[in-house]
Design a protein around this ligand. Structure first.
Ligand code: BG6
Length: 466
């Protein structure tokens, strides 16, 4: 659709930026924090672990000052479950409560809206040892944790996100499971249990936080068929439903997507659904939907020749295929990042339109950004023109989606500050703020503003692009 005049970004648009606890905080065992599954990962040779990360735990006030200088209207961060409850379920760790209380207070003092993710890939290790999300005790532990968060921060935090990228944890479980990777049957049981946990937290939020709004934050992307060959279209539908709609249909409509349920039956992956589960899932309706968008995927007809091509060695955006379901194909219309992720700003408009059309709830972009090997130039600055270019294209498509009628309430690029990437450590940076450290050499962890920092500051000031 071509418009002679685009609709402006709404007033009070939440221009934000995102991070997650285990990727940015460091202090992995300080002040009573327990271990999480991320702390137990053996990183690939030469890649950093998450022990110090960007040391935000010790630089929190300095970092909030930079957010204020950039003019952020919102900051999306996650709370480390094992900082609040050392073993995920026992005694409250007051120092953990205080850390996030201080962060929230500092944000509010600087007129920055806190957007809190309750759980971002960092399940407490003690819960993991007891079966993690396969064990229904984890549902109870999450509900208890949610209650603590709402009771302590519910008067100040308006926007809550339950679970970050549940669909990534199920489809690409490598990064979340130290040790053995669960079978698909187990993963879909975990998935079901997470639906119950998220719904319980949603119900609780509505009970305890009169002004609170809560929603999920899955990684959603439109899936394209490689050709107009109808078999490719079926493959694209298959994968879009399995990867995306399952998660949002459950959150919004409280029911399993029909196509996905048939897939689960065919493969023998159906979960055990206990009495009362579907009722609570139906009660836990979100107020808005968080959307993490990085890249579209293109697929073609699946083969059924006995070679299951899903060895789980892809990542969030690099999908390989599954026998009888879909097979990854190349999209020759798109460029790639240095790390092989497709760059598809128009695909973001497609994705937002599809989501809004299906669910008619306000949308908040909770992640989107460019991972690159940023380097400091000889003048001591970080000239990340490629990131600015990437974001201009995506912001423009966001405005087109708004003009299409999508109710987009905010945009939180990943990431506010450089942090440890899920797979490529510190070699893949996303921030508006550079952190001077190397993969192993921590140096002084000095904060430096990249060119994109000043550019985004201007965008926020004028509420949109030129
Ligand atoms: C999202 C995750 O999938 O992608 C983030 O929610 C992650 O935690 C981001 O960092 C970028 O991925 P990566 O692998 O480049 O760090």
């Amino acid at each position: 659709m071509f418009y002679h005049k685009l609709k402006p970004f709404p007033e009070n648009f939440l221009w934000g930026a995102s991070t997650s606890a285990y990727q940015v905080e460091g202090a992995y065992q300080e002040d009573g924090k327990g271990l999480s599954v991320q702390d137990m990962h053996e990183p690939p040779h030469g890649i950093t672990d998450f022990k110090v990360a960007s040391d935000h735990y010790h630089h929190m006030l300095e970092d909030v000052k930079l957010m204020a200088e950039m003019g952020l209207k919102a900051y999306r961060f996650s709370i480390a479950w094992s900082r609040i409850l050392h073993d995920g379920d026992g005694e409250i760790n007051q120092k953990g409560i205080d850390f996030y209380q201080d962060l929230i207070n500092a944000l509010i003092a600087n007129h920055i809206e806190p957007i809190v993710t309750m759980y971002h890939f960092d399940l407490p290790y003690e819960l993991h040892k007891q079966g993690g999300w396969c064990n229904r005790k984890t549902i109870d532990a999450f509900e208890k944790y949610a209650r603590i968060l709402f009771e302590n921060y519910g008067d100040k935090v308006k926007y809550w996100l339950t679970i970050n990228e549940q669909n990534v944890m199920i489809n690409h479980p490598n990064a979340m499971n130290p040790g053995r990777i669960p079978s698909k049957k187990e993963l879909y049981q975990q998935c079901h249990n997470m639906f119950v946990a998220a719904a319980k937290a949603t119900v609780l939020c509505h009970e305890l936080c009169p002004n609170g709004k809560i929603g999920p934050a899955p990684n959603i992307t439109a899936i394209y068929p490689e050709k107009c060959n109808p078999a490719d279209v079926i493959a694209a539908d298959n994968w879009e439903s399995i990867r995306c709609w399952l998660y949002l249909d459950m959150a919004v409509y409280g029911r399993y997507n029909t196509l996905v349920w048939s897939y689960l039956e065919e493969k023998g992956y159906t979960p055990i659904i206990e009495e009362g589960d579907m009722e609570i899932i139906q009660q836990g309706k979100p107020d808005f939907l968080g959307v993490n968008y990085y890249a579209t995927a293109t697929v073609c007809e699946a083969k059924n020749d006995g070679t299951d091509c899903q060895p789980r060695n892809g990542d969030q955006q690099v999908m390989i295929g599954e026998e009888g379901v879909y097979r990854a194909a190349v999209n020759h219309y798109l460029e790639e990042t240095q790390f092989g992720w497709m760059i598809d700003s128009i695909g973001m408009r497609v994705t937002l339109r599809r989501i809004y059309d299906r669910y008619h709830l306000p949308l908040l972009i909770t992640e989107n950004g460019l991972g690159a090997k940023d380097e400091m130039s000889e003048d001591g600055k970080i000239h990340d023109a490629y990131r600015i270019d990437y974001l201009i294209r995506h912001f423009h498509q966001a405005q087109l989606a708004i003009s299409d009628g999508v109710d987009l309430i905010g945009y939180c690029p990943w990431a506010f500050i450089d942090l440890v990437s899920t797979h490529q450590g510190y070699g893949k940076r996303y921030g508006f703020v550079y952190v001077d450290r190397e993969e192993q050499d921590l140096k002084e962890l000095k904060r430096m503003k990249k060119d994109s920092f000043y550019w985004y500051q201007q965008v926020i000031k004028q509420n949109g692009l030129d």
